[in-house]
Design a protein around this ligand. Structure first.
Ligand SMILES: [Zn+2]
Length: 510
């Protein structure tokens, strides 16, 4: 390298330039340029090296112009407006070029969670994968969650999170990029062979405050893993059993009375304060009941477990599946007051295609079944029982909604025959996500990107409507279990085949 050669390593690229100037002078220029680039990255938050370089050059031209014409410093606002206008023009020009490189869809390779409650068969069967050791496959995550992001298939190793972070407006749309900074939902397959813990999720405000509080206290056992709420919708792919929302106090009292009518006097006496809380008309019946239940002394919990385990009689006055479920829970979680959950929470049985939406503060526990689950990008869970994990009763009591709540049963094809094409979006009052099912629809993909799709049955072919771009002739084939990310595009994708797919997208205009 001659003394006048200078090596530039910047914005992910490197090359050497030659110049007549002194080396020390060139190095000084380079340092100044590095600083300008760094300031530009900081002030704009841009990640695209081309945009950063163009904008840095532009501001340098601006400085040069001012020096030459001795212009007065302009107002900050004016400068800001110029930058915004420039962004818009860059998006237009670079965006057009990019349409050549942004794919119409990206196949996903999704991480699996092997929680102990998972089913060894549902997810491997859908993906046609072997599971010789019979280990549980509990959840398959489709999204950008840092704990387990989806990877792009057939590409150099890259996660969906990295793809989107490189240019959020391009991959999730300008509005979502501004509102959420990226993809605002997490999409899952969930396969439960055994009950999950009883739990509830906080509101956005509770999560924000809890997150700040626990950060300040440096709490070892955290409730809040992030500052976001976690509304969720679950749609059954197989018959699915869930407990969800408090029953009416008088109904809870009736169930306890009926189930324990033949119990020893000491156990009945132990349960009497719980029944009184539900019926004496004072205080908040459900709050007082739950506080009493969770504060049950060990001796009473032992008696309760012993009685439930030995009393095989199914009380004839009540729904025949309630008592067997109590017994099943007592076997799995002896001495956990959560074994009475089927008596105080609604027992919901979903048929394939039916869904429930769970807003903040609603107690719920999935018992068994296979389904798709869609939620806001958060991991904030407050547990209430049927778990060996951390339970924080005080915080739980703060976030719970102590009123009877029966979720609407959302059904996917009102009036449609089994072979009819179906496109149905499950109603959910939440701005982060919308869950849709599409079955045998031959024609344009009916949702705006960004979306994640997963095929749960049959075969799907996807092609581009117009001949344009590098994959204009492309046709993408999906088998059951296949999933993909679809970025926003003005050009619709065309679906064909006999298939059922579930899609996660962002609801328009909310
Ligand atoms: Zn939940």
């Amino acid at each position: 390298m001659s003394p006048n050669d200078l090596r530039l390593e910047i914005l992910g690229t490197s090359f050497t330039i030659s110049a007549d100037e002194e080396r020390s002078y060139l190095e000084k220029l380079l340092q100044e340029y590095y600083l300008k680039v760094r300031d530009m990255q900081k002030s704009t938050g841009l990640k695209d090296p081309l945009k950063i370089a163009i904008l840095t050059g532009f501001t340098l031209c601006d400085e040069l112009h001012r020096v030459r014409h001795n212009a007065h410093a302009t107002e900050e606002e004016e400068a800001l407006q110029r930058t915004i206008n420039l962004f818009a023009r860059l998006d237009e020009t670079i965006g057009k070029d990019k349409n050549g490189t942004v794919q119409a869809l990206y196949f996903l390779e999704n991480p699996v969670k092997h929680y102990e409650w998972g089913s060894p068969s549902w997810i491997p069967r859908l993906l046609r994968r072997e599971n010789p050791t019979g280990e549980p496959w509990a959840e398959l995550w489709m999204g950008v969650h840092p704990a387990a992001p989806s990877m792009l298939k057939n590409q150099p190793p890259k996660s969906l999170a990295q793809l989107i972070a490189a240019d959020p407006p391009c991959f999730v749309g300008k509005e979502a990029a501004v509102n959420f900074g990226g993809l605002p939902f997490l999409f899952k397959l969930l396969a439960a062979a055994r009950p999950l813990s009883i739990q509830a999720h906080p509101s956005k405000e509770q999560a924000r405050q809890g997150w700040q509080r626990e950060n300040a206290q440096d709490t070892p056992e955290r409730n809040y893993k992030d500052d976001n709420h976690k509304p969720e919708i679950l749609c059954a792919l197989s018959p699915f059993t869930a407990l969800c929302g408090f029953r009416y106090p008088k109904d809870i009292d009736f169930l306890i009375f009926t189930c324990f009518a033949a119990a020893p006097r000491s156990l009945q006496n132990g349960l009497a304060p719980l029944r009184a809380a539900l019926t004496d008309g004072r205080g908040s019946p459900l709050r007082d009941f739950l506080a009493g239940l969770l504060g049950m002394p060990k001796e009473l919990r032992e008696q309760l477990t012993a009685y439930v385990s030995t009393e095989i009689r199914n009380p004839p006055e009540i729904d025949g599946s309630i008592w067997p479920l109590v017994q099943r829970l007592a076997k799995l979680y002896p001495e956990d007051p959560g074994i009475l959950a089927p008596l105080y929470l609604n027992l919901i049985r979903l048929e394939p295609g039916q869904a429930i939406y769970l807003p903040e503060g609603i107690l719920h526990a999935y018992m068994d079944g296979f389904g798709v689950e869609l939620m806001a990008n958060s991991d904030n869970v407050l547990r209430c029982g049927l778990t060996s994990k951390h339970v924080d009763l005080n915080e739980l009591m703060n976030v719970l909604y102590f009123h009877p709540f029966m979720p609407d049963l959302l059904t996917d094809r009102p009036g449609a025959a089994p072979a009819d094409p179906v496109f149905f979006s499950y109603p959910s009052p939440c701005k982060e996500f919308s869950l849709s099912v599409i079955r045998n629809l031959q024609g344009p993909f009916p949702l705006p990107g960004p979306a994640i799709i997963v095929v749960t049955a049959g075969r799907l072919a996807v092609s581009r409507a117009e001949a344009a771009g590098p994959d204009s002739d492309a046709c993408w084939e999906f088998e059951p279990g296949g999933s993909a990310f679809i970025p926003p595009s003005p050009e619709p994708l065309i679906l064909s085949g006999d298939f059922t797919l579930y899609a996660a997208s962002i609801p328009a205009g909310r």
